[in-house]
Design a protein around this ligand. Structure first.
Ligand SMILES: Nc1ncnc2c1ncn2[C@@H]1O[C@H](COP(=O)(O)OP(=O)(O)O)[C@@H](O)[C@H]1O
Ligand SMILES: [Mg+2]
Length: 264
């Protein structure tokens, strides 16, 4: 399974969501979970590798270098045994003169085949903006839009969603997005209202949470630093909803109960 988290606007919580979702998924499944930090501006992967040196080359080099293998850019996280990261040192796949779209398409299809064989779960933290890359991320993977209900974010997201949908329709794809995750929700019904406005399926509404701000300021992962916060609970629910924890959910909830008892 390869999920891409997208939004036209920065600051909607993609990187926060990606890092925490990858961590939660890694605790709900025995499969290998890989967070791809495709946006060098956020370095969301750093939450998961805690000071460990990242390789010189990343996701974009992998996509645009024929002989490079995915394993060359993957690093083990210090947090759980089945959690890995791949990061990006460059932002765009298709940028001016540099890449050959056929090469990128071929590499992505090889990547998808490889992931399908290994059974890995891959979560891609995409860069903000609206360019041909975003169309690729939307069309090629299980893509989810991340927005907040705030006016400017929602207006930007609306433009993003409708533009990508229009572009996708030229390739015969009517619904490029699986749905929307509404982040920083303060009241009941806010998630539904946003989903309705975007005409997308509501996947999850994540609460605005002071713990997220506290953890971010300390460069900590919320799901780890505040395992019982409402945000962390919502992340685990989302991981299950996306099918990331199906097989091991039962076992893990017992383990979580024990861990919580032990933490007291
Ligand atoms: N649910 C939330 N509640 C409070 N603050 C949040 C929440 N989600 C994200 N944030 C904060 O918003 C800021 C932007 O988040 P980030 O994940 O970097 O967004 P993006 O990757 O979309 O640019 C960060 O400071 C983060 O801590
Ligand atoms: Mg980001």
């Amino acid at each position: 399974m390869i999920a891409s988290l997208l939004s036209g606007k920065g600051g909607t919580g993609k990187s926060t969501l990606a890092a925490n979702l990858a961590y939660a998924a890694s605790r709900l499944t025995a499969k290998r979970v890989i967070l791809v930090g495709a946006d060098p501006a956020s370095r969301s992967v750093e939450f998961l590798v805690e000071g460990r040196d990242l390789p010189e080359y990343g996701w974009i080099e992998y996509l645009t270098t024929p002989e490079m293998h995915f394993e060359e850019i993957v690093v083990q996280s210090s947090l759980t045994g089945n959690l890995f990261v791949a990061y990006s040192s460059r932002e765009r796949i298709l940028h001016g003169e540099f890449e050959d779209p056929n090469l990128v398409a071929e590499k992505i299809s090889r990547f998808k085949g490889y992931i399908a064989r290994t059974g890995d779960v891959v979560i891609i933290d995409c860069p903000a903006g609206l360019a041909v890359d975003h169309l690729l991320y939307a069309l090629l993977f299980d893509s989810y839009v991340v927005t907040t209900p705030a006016g400017a974010d929602l207006a930007g997201t609306k433009n993003f969603v409708f533009t990508i949908e229009r572009e996708a329709s030229q390739y015969g794809i009517a619904k490029p997005f699986k749905g929307v995750v509404v982040n920083m929700v303060r009241g009941r019904g806010e998630g539904e209202a946003v989903a309705e406005e975007l005409a997308l399926k509501l996947i999850a509404a994540l609460p605005a949470s002071p713990e997220v701000e506290k953890a971010t300021a300390k460069r900590q992962l919320i799901a780890k630093a505040y395992p019982r916060s409402s945000f962390t609970q919502a992340i685990y629910e989302l991981a299950s909803k996306l099918g990331l924890g199906e097989r091991h959910a039962k076992k893990m909830s017992l383990l979580d109960t024990l861990l919580n008892l032990w933490r007291r």
